[in-house]
Design a protein around this ligand. Structure first.
Ligand code: GDP
Ligand code: MG
Length: 192
């Protein structure tokens, strides 16, 4: 009962700030920079020689939302290799948010990203907020996917869209912060 009262007063903008948990999954072809984006966001580091992910890796980080609320992001970084593909639904099913990554210098990875978006939207019935991310913006001289192409697809599919560099850090915080704010907050508990 005491707990319910507390939750009600939080929902009504009471003194105690609300704290929510959002599960966010990273998807995309191997080597597009999923793990590097997570490392840049969570620790503000970049390692050119980081090892490829086996299965999936988990990182947690808090993000401030509007109105003094805090979201604990539970980030699942998946492996892009085909042999782990069947595991992906375990991580994305019911996820509040997804970051689908491609490499702007690899057109094939953009095709793969679109396939992930289609799978997510079908399996999660449009309930997952999706950010499409064209990574390796520092290699823009070698780009094979234009910003317009990425943005047009994102607009058509109803996705947030960003171009980032995990190497320089450009745009990385914005992806996770804006995505967190778009994920619906849980409904307050009904009165007892
Ligand atoms: P993942 O397989 O999608 O997790 O990709 P990784 O994060 O392991 O990155 C694959 C390779 O791309 C690594 O050698 C990274 O150092 C490199 N990489 C990742 N992000 C960037 C970036 O923004 N710019 C550049 N130049 N290289 C990157
Ligand atoms: Mg990885």
């Amino acid at each position: 009962m005491a707990q319910q009262q507390q939750q009600q007063s939080q929902a009504a903008g009471g003194a105690k700030p609300m704290r929510v948990q959002h599960r966010v999954v990273l998807l995309g072809e191997s080597a597009v920079g999923k793990s590097s984006l997570v490392m840049r966001f969570s620790r503000n580091e970049f390692n050119q020689y980081n090892e490829s992910t086996i299965g999936a890796a988990y990182v947690s980080k808090d993000v401030a939302l509007d109105g003094g609320c805090t979201a604990q992001l539970q980030i699942w970084d998946t492996a892009g290799q085909e042999r782990y593909k069947s595991l992906a639904p375990m991580y994305y099913r019911g996820a509040g948010g997804a970051v689908v990554v491609y490499d702007i210098t690899q057109a094939a990875s953009f095709g793969r990203a679109r396939a992930w978006v289609a799978e997510l939207q079908r399996q999660n019935e449009g309930k997952t907020v999706i950010a499409l991310v064209g990574n390796k913006l520092d290699l823009a001289a070698k780009r094979t996917v234009s910003r317009e192409e990425g943005a047009a697809y994102a607009a058509e599919a109803g996705l947030l869209f960003y171009e980032t560099s995990a190497q320089s850090g450009q745009g990385v915080q914005q992806v996770f912060e804006e995505l967190s704010r778009k994920i619906p907050l849980p409904a307050p508990e009904p009165p007892a």
